[in-house]
Design a protein around this ligand. Structure first.
Ligand SMILES: [Zn+2]
Length: 49
């Protein structure tokens, strides 16, 4: 099973990986760079579909 996150902020960011940790790290990096948001691991994990 793959883990997937689509950014909900109206941009084109999407990540899909078999590695949950990798998805979380990419989501946190994207949120920081593009949205100036500091997400916790739990918040990033909550976005996984
Ligand atoms: Zn975004």
């Amino acid at each position: 099973m793959a883990y997937q996150v689509d950014c909900s902020q109206g941009d084109e960011f999407m990540i899909k990986s078999e590695d949950e940790h990798e998805v979380i790290e990419h989501v946190k990096e994207h949120a920081k760079e593009k949205h100036d948001m500091d997400l916790s691991d739990d918040e990033a994990r909550d976005m996984i579909q």
